[in-house]
Design a protein around this ligand. Structure first.
Ligand code: AP5
Ligand code: MG
Length: 188
């Protein structure tokens, strides 16, 4: 099955996706990581998107769509993808449905991790010292959060209407959340 893991910056999307992908033999498709790789490798796309990422804004839908279609179309990953960081606006949510449809797949569940802005700030500042992500300073993190609130969170309504949404308390410990998600996946 394919699933979407949804939530603001620092909610724990990447952390939980990693555990789930290992436990259930799934593939973690993190659009943020794909984009950072383009920047680190100095590709043409990387040069184009670097400033956008440093503003905490969204990269163009077309660039990200091309990246995810490469994974969706690969039969190796068929029906075992965790979408971490996609979709991030309504157009992307519709595009994801279309792409999955094109390759005969579906989203089975959307897990939304809920966390407060206070927790986000704390987690991102802790991660800053470890991972050296260029978009992890406090000012950019706040912009990323604003982009999430304004553009990304409306996508929740879209999935609610489709009856795919499951909200999870992202303030709990990593292990507690992991257990909750594992139970949900096992029960599907
Ligand atoms: P992206 O890389 O997706 O960043 P993000 O959404 O801002 O989220 P993060 O990766 O910061 O947080 P996370 O939820 O993965 O949390 P994590 O597990 O790391 O995107 C970056 C940028 O790329 C965007 O701003 C945009 O410009 C661009 N982009 C990406 N996708 C795009 C798209 N679809 N369209 C257009 N542009 C796109 O956890 C954070 C920290 O907290 C870690 O240190 C972790 O150890 C810790 N932690 C996690 N869970 C817990 C817990 N339960 N308790 C305590 N600590 C915890
Ligand atoms: Mg992440």
């Amino acid at each position: 099955m394919n699933l979407v893991i949804f939530g603001p910056p620092g909610a724990g999307k990447g952390t939980q996706s990693k555990y789930i992908s290992e436990k259930f033999d799934m593939y973690q498709l993190s659009t943020g990581e794909f984009l950072r790789k383009e920047i680190n490798e100095g590709t043409l796309i990387g040069k184009e998107i670097s400033s956008v990422i440093n503003e905490g804004a969204l990269v163009s839908d077309q660039i990200v769509s091309n990246l995810i279609e490469k994974v969706i179309s690969n039969t190796k990953y068929q029906n075992r993808i965790i979408f971490d960081g996609y979709p991030r606006n309504l157009a992307q949510a519709k595009n994801l449905d279309n792409l999955l449809n094109k390759y005969n797949q579906k989203i089975k569940i959307v897990l939304k991790l809920s966390v407060s802005l206070e927790t986000i700030k704390k987690r991102i500042s802790e991660r800053r010292s470890m991972e050296k992500r260029q978009d992890d300073n406090e000012a950019i993190a706040i912009k990323r959060y604003e982009t999430y609130e304004k553009t990304t969170s409306p996508v929740i309504e879209y999935y609610k209407k489709l009856n795919l949404l499951k909200v999870i308390d992202g303030e709990k410990t990593i292990d507690q959340i992991n257990k909750e998600i594992s139970d949900i996946i096992s029960s599907i």
